[in-house]
Design a protein around this ligand. Structure first.
Ligand SMILES: Cc1cc2nc3c(=O)[nH]c(=O)nc-3n(C[C@H](O)[C@H](O)[C@H](O)COP(=O)(O)O)c2cc1C
Ligand SMILES: [Mn+2]
Length: 469
């Protein structure tokens, strides 16, 4: 049975000893940041800060901060990365439409117009020293509707509190929410577009909001697929957007296509501080929330929960696309590369095949902007073991032959390898770290075999006791 809401999931985590409750009062200006960072570094539990100094709403952080909790969110009992990935991809093949309900717990309190005050509902958390202000979204899920197709979208886009009823809203231009606003501006010039924000939902809705799906259907249909039951949605008070009925908090508001204000700086998933930039603005019209709501947020920075949410999703997406190519066996995105590197395991089938695989990554609109480095290794190399990948690169490559450079491609604006004037642009590097069999073949020879025989290794291991070591 799917978790009906965030609270039920927290109950399961608590029973398993995977939720810590902090009863001591914590300072939102630095202490939540510090504790969340230590927990992610140590592979610690999810954490509920019950008392935030000067505020009455408790804060939940580090919810999906380990492979075990990602697996539990999907009600699986394995932490084998490949099994979780297979199951994820199997489930999303069968989207389940949401069930529309008349009302739900998120309507227990309805605050309209002037009664809606962000400062009352959100503890002013500074997630990283140097942030430009308190951020609501890191884990706010923004719901919009495609003005052409009518299909809803949900994505996670940051919001910095500016006043009691105004936040910034940063969605990268490639994100679906931003594309909706761009279409809206064309179809309804000068008018604001409705935006709703759900905070604190059952975990599959959250996971769906981190994935780059093709639409229609909407993220709620994919969330239904992931939890294997329909998501229950309820209509907003001030517009016709539909949000999860059991969300802890829902913000309703609107955004103008041409209105930009400064937002940031903000600590980024790369581990660096991002700079302040001009972003869209969210104007609050209503807040609805459950009784005794929990605010769910996330410290970004590196490492962070992102490793187990959108970064896993990015790897799953790369896998689902590349496995359709002949010869591709597996892909892995080392989380410590922060989304910049993809390692591909492949069986070479023809001359030039490896370069085709590399170009396929860069040529894909969803993958290309992320992967600055694509490394292709032979199928015998364990792509999840950095030692084996480094061994392959060190031994198999000739830099002038096996490194492919592609200039003037795109990258995330958060890539600090470029100075601010060049952000968004990046060269790309492909490394063919497969054994160069074809080069030997061309001169009529074969590459040398490995000096350790797996048969001997297995025999020795099988009778290891005999040696008394
Ligand atoms: C914690 C977290 C914070 C994120 N913050 C942002 C953000 O501020 N802006 C943004 O464009 N994407 C952000 N993302 C990535 C998007 O949520 C992700 O790319 C998602 O696919 C967007 O939804 P869409 O594909 O429907 O546009 C964040 C993801 C997570 C997990
Ligand atoms: Mn989407």
């Amino acid at each position: 049975m799917a978790y009906k809401d965030l609270r039920e999931f927290l109950g399961v985590l608590e029973k398993k000893g995977l939720l810590g409750r902090v009863k001591a009062a914590v300072d939102p200006s630095w202490e939540i940041n510090g504790v969340a960072k230590k927990l992610i570094d140590d592979g610690g539990p999810a954490v509920l800060f019950e008392k935030v100094k000067g505020h009455k709403v408790p804060v939940l952080a580090n919810l999906i901060g380990t492979a075990e909790r990602l697996s539990l969110a999907l009600e699986l009992d394995t932490t084998d990365e490949r099994q979780v990935r297979e199951e994820w991809l199997r489930r999303i093949e069968h989207p389940i439409p949401p069930r529309r309900v008349k009302t739900g717990p998120c309507k227990e309190n309805v605050l309209l117009g002037d009664k809606a005050d962000l400062n009352v509902i959100f503890p002013p958390i500074i997630w990283h020293k140097g942030d430009g202000g308190p951020y609501i979204g890191t884990l706010g899920m923004q719901v919009t509707r495609d003005p052409e197709t009518d299909c809803q979208n949900t994505g996670i886009y940051r919001m910095m509190v500016r006043t009691k009823n105004e936040t910034s809203l940063y969605w990268d231009p490639s994100q679906h929410g931003a594309q909706h606003l761009q279409k809206w501006g064309r179809l309804h010039p000068g008018k604001p577009m409705p935006v709703a924000v759900a905070i604190g939902t059952e975990p599959c809705y959250l996971l769906a909001a981190t994935w780059k799906f093709r639409h229609p259907p909407a993220e709620e249909d994919y969330a239904g697929a992931l939890r294997k039951e329909p998501e229950e949605l309820v209509k907003c008070e001030t517009c016709d957007l539909q949000v999860p009925a059991t969300a802890e908090i829902v913000l309703e508001g609107e955004t103008y296509p041409d209105e930009l204000k400064p937002c940031g700086p903000f600590g980024e998933y790369t581990g660096f501080m991002g700079d302040a930039q001009m972003f869209h603005v969210f104007h609050l019209k209503a807040i609805t929330h459950r009784n005794n709501p929990v605010f769910h947020g996330e410290r970004e920075g590196y490492p962070s929960e992102d490793t187990f949410t959108w970064m896993r999703g990015l790897e799953y997406l790369a896998y689902s696309k590349l496995k359709q190519m002949a010869g591709v066996i597996d892909v892995h995105m080392p989380p410590e590369s922060c989304g910049f590197m993809l390692v591909v395991s492949a069986r070479k089938l023809w001359p030039g095949h490896v370069n085709e695989i590399i170009h396929a990554v860069w040529g894909d609109a969803d993958l290309g902007p992320y992967f600055k480095y694509v490394v292709v290794v032979d199928e015998g190399i364990n792509i999840r073991d950095p030692k084996q990948v480094t061994w392959a690169i060190g031994n198999n490559t000739q830099p002038d032959r096996d490194i492919l450079l592609a200039p003037r491609c795109s990258t995330t604006g958060l890539d600090v390898s470029q100075p601010y004037s060049k952000r968004g642009w990046s060269a790309k590097c492909g490394i063919n770290a497969t054994l160069p069999t074809e080069v030997y073949q061309a001169e009529g020879t074969k590459p040398p075999p490995l000096c350790d025989d797996p048969d001997i290794k297995a025999k020795v291991e099988a009778q290891w006791k005999k040696y008394g070591i």
